[in-house]
Design a protein around this ligand. Structure first.
Ligand code: ADP
Ligand code: MG
Length: 326
């Protein structure tokens, strides 16, 4: 099992930031309202993620570290219309095959917390009592300690931490109601407070995307029977002020897709504006209308009606621009 898990790890675990992504998405799935992250040395020493979600029942702890143990997909229908983030059921097993992983959790209905870790070639899972409030903490120590070739691929701590920060930005923008904190080598470096009204949303936008972006950002909101687009657009003649923030979410999941960039450029061109743009845009549509690439790291999507989606986004941008410019 260790080898199979290590092979799977090759797909899921590229660097500390990919570990962070899997761990934090699990916290989101567990309904956490607060997620605290502690990183040591860019994540190569340790990545600790603590949440106040519903926790894991003792009986399921062992399973959580086993491959294909997802509790989230029960039918083929689920697979086709994936709304929950985790669906492969192998992130924890994969990570624990290439690092020292400890899972501590207290389920919301339990009066005792338990800790689990897998060890040895057979990845035998040990479970013992521990102290922990309701919620879960996952500790990942010495990433790639047993796969030296991968370990050598890690960049400088600072670079790996930059990837971690970017990963956190992407997730935090999709989860405005969750409080996130990020520490590096013991120092608090990021704190994203939950946003429950427009003013707080703007503050959160500033702390995630920077104040230069937030100062120039204006809101966008457009929908029809099939599609809804919300979010922010920010324009400036200086790329450096706005263009670092270009985020596109489809049904709550960040994706890489040229469609939005194209629509933004077209909208600006048609308005005769030679400006740079940054954006944070959220598209919602029937999940059956879009295929999400099942490769965990790629974030690619394919819209069944790409033209229709593109034109809708273009119209939404044109309307927002027209309003903003008058
Ligand atoms: P997946 O998320 O695809 O189901 P993972 O390997 O990421 O697979 O996690 C395995 C299982 O462990 C999850 O299905 C979930 O039941 C449990 N789990 C992991 N992390 C948490 C967490 N932070 N809170 C609650 N349950 C968790
Ligand atoms: Mg998961």
């Amino acid at each position: 099992p260790q080898l199979a898990n290590q092979i799977a790890a090759g797909e899921v675990v590229e660097r500390p930031a990919s570990v962070l992504k899997e761990l934090v998405e699990n916290c989101v799935d567990a309904g956490a309202s607060k997620i605290d992250i502690e990183i040591e040395r860019g994540g190569s020493k340790s990545i600790v993620v603590r949440d106040n979600g519903r926790g894991i029942p003792q009986a399921e702890l062992e399973l959580a570290l086993a491959r294909h143990a997802t509790s989230k997909v029960t039918t083929l229908e689920d697979l086709e219309a994936i709304l929950s983030f985790g669906f492969r059921g192998e992130a924890l097993a994969s990570i624990s095959s290439v690092a020292r992983l400890t899972l501590s959790s207290r389920h919301i209905d339990a009066d005792q917390a338990w800790q689990a870790y897998a060890e040895g070639r057979e990845m035998a899972v040990k479970v013992q009592p521990t102290a922990h409030p309701v919620g879960t903490t996952v500790e990942v120590v010495d990433l790639f300690f047993n796969t030296p070739a991968r370990r050598r691929f890690l960049r400088a701590d600072k670079t790996e931490f930059t990837h971690i920060e970017e990963q956190l930005r992407r997730i935090a923008l999709a989860q405005p109601e969750i409080h996130f904190s990020l520490r590096h080598n013991g120092k608090l470096v990021r704190q994203y407070r939950p946003a429950r009204n427009e003013r707080q949303q703007h503050q959160r936008l500033a702390s995630i995307c920077g104040s230069a972006f937030a100062e120039r950002a204006f809101a966008l909101r457009c929908s029809n029977d099939d599609l809804a687009l919300t979010g922010y657009l920010a324009l400036d003649d200086d790329r450096a002020r706005v263009s670092d923030a270009q985020y596109f979410y489809v049904n709550g999941r960040v994706v890489r897709d040229r469609l939005v960039n194209h629509a933004v450029r077209q909208a600006l061109e048609e308005a005769g504006l030679d400006w740079a743009a940054g954006y944070v845009l959220y598209l919602t549509l029937d999940p059956h209308e879009v295929d999400v690439n099942v490769h965990p790291a790629k974030h690619e999507v394919r819209f069944h009606q790409a033209r229709y989606v593109h034109d809708f986004i273009l119209t939404a941008l044109q309307q927002a621009l027209a309003q903003h410019l008058t």
